[in-house]
Ligand binder design. Structure first.
Ligand SMILES: [Fe+2]
Length: 385
């Protein structure tokens, strides 16, 4: 985030590596807590990871209250009922197990329970008064990075929109990042969350709030995800490649949490809120079109992204390097099996003005490198149609 020439870098305490999940009870004790409120979703419960966390806690004598009414694109009403159950449970710590949806829901439950306000009132940058209870995040996808970020995205179905809450108070206290948890993702989820991670890194690198600290993380994330995501997609059980993709996702998360994002995410939030489409898929379908829109103001940066992607750029002009980066991202999306267009997902031309209007209001657009007016966003949506 920017304050004149100053930059700050916020991150939780991180444990990264196979076996990190088994540290849950120890960190509950380290944080001085005694009763755990575990937020998860039916898919992750079905995969068995939530029970592994619950077993780890109960073996250490820590009682668990489970909350799993979390949909993809978690809704404001789910957050409010979760906060009510949390308050009645006498728990003193929240543990999120899952992808972006349970983690964002858990963050929101925390701030609602201590600030006693409706979750939608926290929309925007730095609009949360005080932190929630201690929060441990255990991600089970490699891409969303909600486990390290100062973002929580909540859907408001009554307005068919997504609300971005951006605040240091939603940075977890601890992230336990265990690559084993990603082995139960299906190939499409692996692809979508991986490309979402790449979008985080690219948007953070060209963000108007980027800094040398976030650049370092973003470029390494681009290299790791581009190198190892295809390996994971060709062999689901390649745990070394999964570890590298998760490390890339972590670095992308640290970068975007501190440099913010851009038009890809502003537009993806608009799409996800209006049509309830999966976040990673929305980003994947928009990423190369937004890069093409931004390239004229960030040529030198996109040329460095081309190098990060591992492309041979010898002899190419800066403009050609930019184009090579865009082409490579498009090729990766196709290789990952994320094909088709927005129209195939049910988006009609008549919805584009409304989608553009909503994206204009998203705080992620503030840091997009090229100023975008409504017509620009409509054009990019039309290209992705
Ligand atoms: Fe994202």
């Amino acid at each position: 985030m920017v304050l004149d020439g100053l930059r700050k870098f916020v991150a939780p305490e991180l444990i990264f590596g196979v076996g990190a999940l088994a540290m849950t009870a120890r960190y509950v004790r380290n944080l001085g807590a005694h009763r755990a409120f575990v937020v998860s979703d039916p898919g992750v419960i079905g995969a068995g990871w939530t029970q592994k966390v619950a077993d780890n806690l109960e073996e250490a004598g820590i009682p668990v209250t489970m909350f799993s009414d979390v949909s993809p694109n978690p809704r404001a009403d789910q957050v409010m009922s979760g906060a009510s159950i949390y308050r009645d449970s006498e728990c003193d710590i929240i543990i999120a197990v899952g992808g972006g949806s349970p983690m964002d829901c858990a963050k929101a439950i925390g701030i609602v329970s201590t600030n006693e306000r409706h979750v939608l009132s926290f929309e925007g940058v730095d609009c949360v008064d005080g932190p929630g209870p201690p929060l441990i995040c255990i991600p089970t996808t490699a891409g969303t990075s909600a486990d390290v970020s100062q973002f929580a995205i909540i859907s408001d179905p009554s307005q068919r929109r997504k609300v971005a809450i951006i605040s240091k108070t939603v940075v977890p206290d601890v992230a336990l990042i265990d690559p084993m948890t990603t082995t139960t993702m299906d190939p499409h989820l692996t692809a979508c969350t991986g490309v979402d991670g790449l979008a985080h890194a690219i948007e953070a690198f060209v963000s108007r709030a980027s800094s040398p600290l976030t650049d370092l993380q973003a470029l390494e994330a681009i290299r790791l995800i581009r190198t190892y995501l295809p390996k994971v997609l060709s062999n689901n059980d390649d745990i070394e490649a999964r570890t590298q993709v998760m490390l890339g996702s972590l670095e992308a998360g640290l970068a975007f949490s501190n440099a913010s994002l851009g038009a890809v995410h502003a537009m993806a939030h608009s799409l996800g809120g209006t049509l309830d489409l999966p976040h990673g898929e929305c980003n994947s379908l928009l990423l190369d079109s937004v890069m093409a829109f931004n390239q004229q103001v960030s040529e030198e940066r996109f040329a460095r992204i081309a190098v990060g992607l591992g492309l041979d750029v010898r002899g190419l002009s800066t403009r050609e390097q930019c184009q090579a980066a865009i082409d490579d991202v498009r090729a990766l999306r196709k290789q990952a099996g994320i094909t088709g267009t927005l129209r195939d997902r049910g988006v009609g031309a008549g919805e584009i003005p409304g989608l553009a209007e909503m994206a204009l209001l998203d705080p992620c657009l503030v840091t997009n490198p090229r100023r975008a007016v409504r017509q620009d966003l409509e054009t990019v949506f039309e290209e992705a149609l």
